[in-house]
Design a protein around this ligand. Structure first.
Ligand code: LLP
Length: 417
C-alpha cells in the first residue's frame, strides 16, 4: 500500500495533487511520501522481536530527507561506502545501528567506521579480513565482524541483481567459511559476532530465502562445534515489490517463515531491506515534451530520461506509467494510443516504458511509479542533463529535500584549458 492515489481522476501524493508539485518545483521531479516510508518501516519492525533490527539499505535511496525520516523512527542502516557512512551520520543515525557491507572497503573507510563505532563489518574476503584486523590493531580497537557467506542458491531474479550464486563476486563460499571463521577467531583486532548473507534483490518467492537460511543454520551449527559464538544472523535485503503483477511475500510472511526455521536458536536477526521500504514510497514526475506518432511506433518524448531513471534501460524493468490527470475533459487534444515513453538522451536504450496505452497531449504530466528505490541514486549527468529535484511530501506539506542541479553544479571542479 502507498499514499499515492487518484482522487476524482487526479493523482495525489498524500494530501497534495502532484500536478501542484510539478508547478512548484518543475519536472522531472522525484516525489516521496513520508507516510509510506514510515508505514513500510513499521510493517517490517512489527514482525521482529525487540533485539532484531532493520538496517535500511541506504543504496536504495540515500537522500538525506529519506534517511532522516527513517533515523527518527529508530531504523538502523546498511551502508556500502564511506560516503554512505557520512550520509547516515549527517541524517542522525545511531552508529551502533549501522552495519557496513560492501566488498571493497578502503582502509580509510575502515578507520572512519571504527572511529564512529559502527556495529558490525560484513566481511567479503580474506584479504579484507586481514586488512580490517591490521587497521583495528593500529587503532587499538576491536572490530566486530560477520562474514558474508555465499550460499550458492538461485534467487530467481534478474541476473544483474542476483548475488548468491557461486559465480557471483559477492561473499565467501559457504563451504570455506568455517576455516575462515577459525582464522578470524585468532585475530586480536577482531571480534566475531555474526553471519551475513544476501542473495539478491527483487525476490518474489520465499523458497530462496529459506534455502539460504538452511545453509546459514548449518554453518551456525558447525561454528558452535568449534566454540565460535554467533549472536546475530544478518539475512540481507532482497524482498521484492509489485511493479506490475508480481506478488512477493509480505515482510510478515517472510519473517514468520524464517523464524519458524530458526526454531529455538537464540540468535537475533538483522534485515537489510532497501527496495521494500523505498520503491513504492516514491514516483518520478515527468512532462510530455513532444508526441511523435509514426506508422511503426508512437513515441512520447518526455523530460525525464535514462540518466534520471536507468532501471528500464539497464534491467529491462517494467515500471508503471500513468497519466497524472485522468479527466480527459480537461484536455481535448489528447491522443489515446500505444506509446513508447522515451527520454531525449542519444541512446536507443533510453526509454522509461514501451507499448503503454496512454491518453496524452504534449504538456501533460506522467508519473512513473515505484521509483523511490534505485531511481535518483542511480542517476547521472549523461548528456549534461542536470539531476532531478527531490521532494518529500508529509501530509499537506512538501519539503524540497534536494534542489535541482544547476549547470554550475555539473561543471564544478572542471577546467577549461
Ligand atoms: N544488502 C546488500 C548487501 C545488498 O547488496 C542489497 C542490494 C541490499 C541489502 C538491499 O536489497 P533490496 O532490499 O533493495 O532488494 N539497482 C538494482 C538493485 C540492486 C540491489 C543491490 N543490492 C535495481 O534497480 O533493481
Amino acid at each position: 500500500m502507498n499514499h499515492f492515489e487518484y482522487r476524482d481522476g487526479e493523482l495525489y501524493a498524500e494530501e497534495i495533487p502532484v500536478a501542484q508539485l510539478a508547478e512548484e518545483y518543475g519536472t522531472p521531479l522525484y516525489v516521496y511520501s513520508r507516510a509510506t516510508l514510515t508505514r513500510h518501516y513499521q510493517v517490517w519492525t512489527k514482525c521482529l522481536s525487540p533485539q532484531d533490527m532493520i538496517c535500511y539499505a541506504v543504496k536504495a535511496n540515500s537522500n538525506l530527507g529519506v534517511l532522516s525520516v527513517l533515523a527518527k523512527l529508530g531504523s538502523g542502516f546498511d551502508i556500502v561506502s564511506g560516503g554512505e557512512l557520512e550520509r547516515v551520520l549527517t541524517a542522525g543515525a545511531d552508529p551502533t545501528r549501522i552495519v557496513f557491507s560492501g566488498l571493497g572497503k578502503t582502509q580509510q573507510d575502515m578507520r572512519r567506521a571504527l572511529e564512529v563505532g559502527v556495529r558490525c563489518f560484513n566481511i567479503e574476503s580474506v584479504p579484507e579480513l586481514n586488512q580490517l584486523n591490521r587497521v583495528a590493531e593500529e587503532m587499538g580497537q576491536i572490530a566486530s565482524i560477520s562474514i558474508r557467506v555465499n550460499p550458492d542458491v538461485d534467487a530467481k531474479t534478474h541476473p544483474y541483481i542476483s548475488t548468491g550464486l557461486k559465480e557471483n563476486k559477492f561473499g565467501i563460499d559457504i563451504s570455506e567459511a568455517p576455516a575462515i571463521y577459525a582464522q578470524a577467531a585468532q585475530m586480536a583486532g577482531l571480534k566475531i559476532i555474526g553471519i551475513d548473507c544476501h542473495i539478491g534483490s527483487q525476490l518474489t518467492e520465499l523458497s530462496p530465502f529459506l534455502d539460504a537460511l538452511d545453509r546459514v543454520l548449518h554453518l551456525l551449527d558447525q561454528l558452535a562445534e568449534s566454540d565460535i559464538k554467533i549472536s546475530h544472523l544478518d539475512l540481507g535485503g532482497g524482498l521484492g515489490v509489485t511493479y506490475e503483477n508480481e506478488i512477493p511475500p509480505s515482510p510478515a510472511e517472510l519473517c514468520t517463515a524464517l523464524k519458524e526455521r530458526m526454531g529455538s536458536r537464540p540468535q537475533h536477526l538483522i534485515f537489510e531491506p532497501g527496495r521494500s521500504i523505498a520503491a513504492n514510497a516514491g514516483l518520478l514526475l515527468t512532462r510530455v515534451q513532444y508526441l511523435k506518432p509514426s506508422a511503426a511506433k508512437n513515441f512520447a518524448i518526455v523530460d525525464a530520461a535514462m540518466n534520471d531513471l536507468i532501471r528500464p534501460a539497464l534491467y529491462s524493468s517494467w515500471m508503471n506509467i500513468s497519466e497524472v490527470d485522468r479527466n480527459s475533459a480537461n484536455n481535448g487534444e489528447r491522443h489515446l494510443a500505444i506509446w513508447d515513453v522515451v527520454g531525449s538522451v542519444c541512446e536507443s536504450a533510453d526509454f522509461l516504458g514501451k507499448d503503454r496505452e496512454l491518453s496524452i497531449a504534449s504538456g501533460d504530466l506522467l508519473a512513473v511509479h515505484s521509483a523511490g528505490a534505485y531511481g535518483q541514486v542511480m542517476s547521472s549527468n549523461y548528456n549534461t542533463r542536470a539531476r532531478a529535484a527531490e521532494v518529500l511530501v508529509d501530509g499537506n506539506q512538501s519539503i524540497l529535500v534536494r534542489e535541482r542541479e544547476t549547470f554550475e553544479d555539473m561543471i564544478r571542479g572542471e577546467q577549461v584549458v
